[in-house]
Design a protein around this ligand. Structure first.
Ligand SMILES: NC(=O)c1ccc[n+]([C@@H]2O[C@H](COP(=O)([O-])OP(=O)(O)OC[C@H]3O[C@@H](n4cnc5c(N)ncnc54)[C@H](O)[C@@H]3O)[C@@H](O)[C@H]2O)c1
Length: 311
């Protein structure tokens, strides 16, 4: 199948490109390398160094004729979205509508798979693990932009027949992960430990997140391609892990006796976040397979390895 990935030089997108190429698909990538890395680019993919807001992406769709699109390119930094909400709306909303329209103009029956967020879309709910039936209430511009795109998908589906899935990820971690993304704490602590710096935990460290390993996220994405299902699906473990616990896992993975320090809590930080994967499990049989200790060990090893040095 011809598949187009936006954000295919980033953390999740580049692993997805590797996986789809491994499965025999022809992959093309649109990425402006703003946070992505050309080192992540799979040599078998066609690459277009373009911004998703650029109308020229229409020509890429005309040329590559993708039968499915995985849309991952985004401004992913929550703090940046608060400092500059216009940049966030511009990239995440205008850019996404440009991608959806370009796809619809070139292919009427393909599937559009959108990387949304389960980490921030539900806001500060006390229904945990949160199912998709809880009304989203994002408390940051980044989350609002992701929810808005989901609503555009519903619109384009109802009026233009777009087939889509929106995957609401938990906090995704693994090799190549980005320190600014939702599971950034794992990248930051790992780098701190390797540089002999003392990790700082904001607040008491008992805030929780739903950390999900990259391999599990890739499996959820390919399920969307292989199953004729539509709608919004959480992609998480249903298990809460505290930042203190993450620190302990990284300490164990590094084999050091490193200590942490605590600083004041971050303004507006959600105390607990955890999403229920029951819907996607029921629809496809997908379930998270990588236990957090194992996933952190693999991630830490990557940060330690030469692979990561020139990034
Ligand atoms: N990492 C997580 O924990 C997490 C959690 C929930 C959702 N997501 C979503 O998954 C997707 C991928 O996230 P990631 O962690 O791989 O981030 P990433 O920053 O590693 O990847 C994003 C990619 O998009 C590209 N990009 C950004 N703006 C662009 C633009 N205007 N035009 C073209 N390309 C652009 C970047 O260069 C980068 O390669 C994002 O949509 C993100 O919101 C990630």
């Amino acid at each position: 199948m011809n598949i187009l990935i936006t954000g295919g030089c980033g953390f999740i997108g580049s692993h997805l490109a590797d996986r789809l190429i491994e499965k025999g698909h022809a992959v093309s990538i649109i990425d402006n390398l703003s946070t992505g890395n050309i080192k992540n680019l799979n040599g078998k993919a066609s690459f277009y160094n373009l911004d998703i807001r650029d109308k020229k992406i229409g020509q890429v769709f005309e040329k590559e004729k993708p039968q499915a699109v995985f849309h991952l390119a985004a401004q992913i930094n929550v703090r940046k979205s608060e400092e500059d909400p216009f940049l966030d709306t511009d990239i995440n909303i205008n850019g996404s509508v440009n991608v959806i329209k370009s796809f619809l103009d070139s292919e009427k029956r393909g599937k559009f798979i959108f990387s949304s967020t389960g980490g921030v879309i539900y806001g500060d709910t006390d229904i945990l693990p949160t199912p998709e039936t809880v009304e989203p209430f994002p408390l940051c511009p980044y989350g609002i932009s992701k929810l808005t795109v989901e609503k555009y998908l519903v619109y384009f589906s109802a009026f233009y027949g777009l087939r889509y899935a929106a995957l609401r990820y938990g906090n995704v971690y693994g090799p190549r992960q980005n320190a600014y993304a939702e599971a950034g704490v794992i990248a930051i602590f790992s780098t701190n430990v390797l540089e002999n710096k003392t990790p700082t935990v904001f607040g008491d460290g008992e805030q929780t997140r739903d950390f999900i390993y990259i391999e599990d996220v890739l499996n959820a994405n390919t399920e969307m391609l292989e199953n004729d299902i539509q709608g919004v699906f959480n992609v998480g473990t249903g298990v809460e892990t505290s930042v203190n616990r993450i620190f302990e896992h990284i300490k164990a993975a590094s084999g050091t006796d490193i200590q942490k320090i605590h600083a004041g809590p971050r303004k507006g930080e959600i105390k607990r976040s955890c999403i229920s994967p029951k819907k996607i499990t029921g629809a496809t049989g997908w379930r998270p397979a990588v236990e957090i200790g194992t996933g952190i060990k693999k991630t830490f090893e990557w940060f330690k390895s030469a692979d990561n040095k020139a990034t």
